[in-house]
Write a protein that binds this ligand. Structure first.
Ligand code: 5GP
Length: 195
């Protein structure tokens, strides 16, 4: 099937703790386009409040690797040092695209670059809090991370920010509602673009 003639892929990346998930969930509620969130697979443990199949498909390492060997991922990665895997299941994107949906991938920079190689037409948006200080403040506010985890995420964020110019759009997440409106406007402006 030629997915390029049907739906669109939208990639949203940005430092962990920038409020990406909140923005994406709100976008799904308010933006009047046929949006669908791609639910990634991960081997990390669910955080309080996270539900299997909603935030992630929570898999065992064995199941993840079995599916990876079976070529079920559009992209996948191992977060070194933690032994956690993350990946985008082909089934998540293919079903939405074939129905003409705008499938949103909330993935990291490495994953975004891998998807772009296969789908150069994807709309790429980099969402960030404006400064490293602000990011650190938000990570601490979340209160779910250990100090080591915060330091690791800040280090990853520094590297990710350096890759921002690979994205078509940069959005500052100063307030959720404003960022959502800006992203929705960006998507609306791409409606006429060939996919
Ligand atoms: P968290 O553990 O905080 O939910 O996510 C950690 C990081 O993994 C975030 O930067 C998030 O964007 C990224 N991530 C989530 N799902 C995927 C995925 O399917 N593929 C890749 N490459 N990264 C992902």
């Amino acid at each position: 099937m030629d997915y390029a003639t049907t739906g669109k892929l939208v990639i949203v990346s940005g430092p962990s703790g920038a409020g990406k998930s909140t923005v994406v969930w709100r976008l799904l509620e308010v933006c009047r386009l046929p949006l669908k969130l791609s639910v990634s697979a991960t081997t990390r443990s669910p955080r309080p409040g996270e539900i299997d199949g909603r935030e992630y498909h929570f898999l065992t390492v064995e199941e993840f690797l079995r599916r990876r060997d079976n070529d079920e991922f559009l992209e996948s990665k191992e977060v070194f040092g933690r032994g956690d895997y993350y990946g985008t299941l082909r089934s998540e994107t293919a079903s939405g695209l074939s129905q003409g949906k705008w499938v949103i991938l909330e993935i990291d920079v490495e994953g975004a670059l891998a998807v772009l190689q296969q789908h150069p037409e994807a709309i790429t948006i980099f969402l960030h809090p404006g400064s490293m200080d602000e990011l650190e403040r938000r990570l601490r506010l979340r209160g779910t991370e250990s100090e080591a985890s915060i330091q690791r995420r800040l280090e990853v964020a520094r590297r990710e920010l350096a890759m921002m110019d690979r994205y078509r759009y940069e959005v500052i997440n100063d307030t959720v509602e404003r960022a959502v409106r800006e992203i929705c406007d960006i998507l609306q402006a791409n409606r006429g673009e060939p996919s």
